[in-house]
Design a protein around this ligand. Structure first.
Ligand code: SF4
Length: 343
């Protein structure tokens, strides 16, 4: 695949060259109004093929940099489809529920133990973008965030969990925490000698890459913990030169980069799109890790791709890509002891 962008300098170690504004300002000025988003992409309500809505329970939130990667005047743009609230979300669909992975009950002090050896910390409710298919869109963050009591309960729970060697920061998006708070948390985790790996699940490097600033890079690079950042990118169009520079900075600072995506109707449900995504991720030093079957969360049924079709898609890309560029198709089941590998 021919690259139509500048490959960043491999010796690039600091993000200080590229942020155009502090990430906090970019987050604060993200688009929150549907009319403004449509105006930004030069569409009118009448040009949408479906009825859009304003949803106060899960409001629109789109960083301007992400919106700038959407094609103008295209109601089917794959980035727009991920954030566009549609009236169909209000349809009750059998099997689509508020807590599809039964996490509400298993979360204690913001710590969720799903799989052996690993623990997940729900660090914050906040995200840099609101993805309409999000499986935690109904999660009771106010009750469950680990940041209550300055992480004390969560750290105490992890201290007792001697079998845990990897802690996963999740959310919301853990990189919405200010650098100081994040460093405090990482310092506390480093003091737990049974922990070896820090994993961060984040959509920031894709949707608001200016978040990868010098202070964040320094915290990650200086940690004794092995650091893995799992980004969330669903379509090759999401990766532009700014995203690539941020990912290169993480990579240059010793961070292992993986991607997880969700198979979404109308976004990436064809072999060409999935192939292009894997190739583009490799350009940006990220290996495809998981392709998730949609979690059946209420409001997301219109994104669903039947399992048989998903399997056929993965087989199709396997025939033209090296194995390391073929993500594992997985489904999470409530109460499962590991993800269910579908391929
Ligand atoms: S960034 Fe992640 S947690 Fe936040 S809405 Fe999107 S998918 Fe959900």
């Amino acid at each position: 695949m021919k690259a139509d962008y500048q490959v960043p300098n491999a010796s690039y170690r600091s993000a200080s060259e590229f942020p155009t504004a502090p990430w906090t300002d970019l987050l604060r000025t993200a688009i929150k109004d549907l009319a403004e988003l449509l105006d930004f992409v030069e569409l009118s309500y009448s040009e949408l093929d479906e009825v859009s809505i304003v949803d106060p329970t899960f409001p629109l939130l789109v960083p301007r940099g992400f919106a700038a990667r959407m094609r103008k005047r295209d109601p089917h743009d794959p980035l727009l489809r991920q954030v566009l609230p549609l009236a169909r979300e209000r349809d009750a669909v059998s099997g689509f529920v508020s807590d599809p992975l039964a996490e509400f009950e298993r979360s204690q002090s913001g710590v969720i133990r799903k799989y052996a050896g690993r623990a997940l910390l729900v660090t914050t409710a906040a995200c840099p973008i609101h993805c309409r298919y999000c499986f935690r869109r109904h999660f009771p963050y106010a009750d469950q965030s680990a940041s209550r009591a300055s992480w004390a309960d969560a750290i105490a729970a992890l201290e007792r969990a001697r079998d845990v060697s990897e802690v996963i920061l999740s959310g919301g998006d853990p990189l919405t925490l200010a650098n100081g708070r994040l460093k405090t948390l990482i310092d506390k985790l480093e003091r737990l000698d049974h922990l070896r790996t820090l994993r961060i699940h984040t959509r920031f490097p894709i949707v608001l890459p200016e978040r990868i600033d010098a202070e964040l890079l320094s915290s990650l690079a200086s940690s004794r913990l092995r650091t893995v950042v799992v980004v969330h990118c669903n379509h090759a169009q999401e990766i532009d030169a700014t995203v690539e520079r941020g990912l290169a900075a993480l990579h240059a600072n010793g961070v292992v980069l993986l991607n997880q995506s969700v198979l979404l109707r109308g976004v990436n449900d064809d072999a060409a799109a999935l192939r292009a995504l894997s190739e583009r991720l490799l350009d940006a030093r990220v290996l495809p890790y998981y392709l998730h079957a949609l979690d059946p969360v209420a409001g997301s049924a219109h994104f669903d791709v039947p399992e048989r079709e998903a399997l056929a898609l993965v087989e199709e890309i396997r025939s033209t890509l090296p194995g390391y560029l073929v993500p594992r198709l997985v489904r999470e089941l409530p109460g499962g002891i590991s993800k269910t590998m579908l391929t």
